[in-house]
Write a new protein. Sequence first.
Length: 148
Amino acid sequence: MRSGRFLAVLAVCFMFSFLGSALAQDVANVYFYRISGYTAWDLKPSIYINGDRVGRVGNDRYFVVKVKPGTYRFHSDRRNVPSVTVEAGKSYYFRAGVSQWGNRFHLTEVAPDQGNDDIKQLELDSPDHVYHETYPYTEKVSRVPLDK
């Protein structure tokens, strides 16, 4: 009798474990990070997805947003924003950098191996700087029109 209960509990645990991993594969992880630099070291650029502000990233910090598969525009500055198509179960990395004159931030897509190595040296940013951990979300925080 006890072994039957044990097997039933084990089966339920396995089912929830499988279901959880299947649900995790329905989204992509998008990492935004910034490596410390002398220029604009005290600023925390805002990060946007399709014009919606999802967070701010400080020096030597990163945060991650889970997005559904689709085509998105990831940016910090509204100019020259390329579209990126994300696939479920994959990770994407964007490094925030400062323009030559130090007055604008931009995002650069980084290869997954390089991005993964970079964020291992960084700290997860403060929850105060991450406005949304998933995208799309129901409420809009800050809408910025994109230049076409």
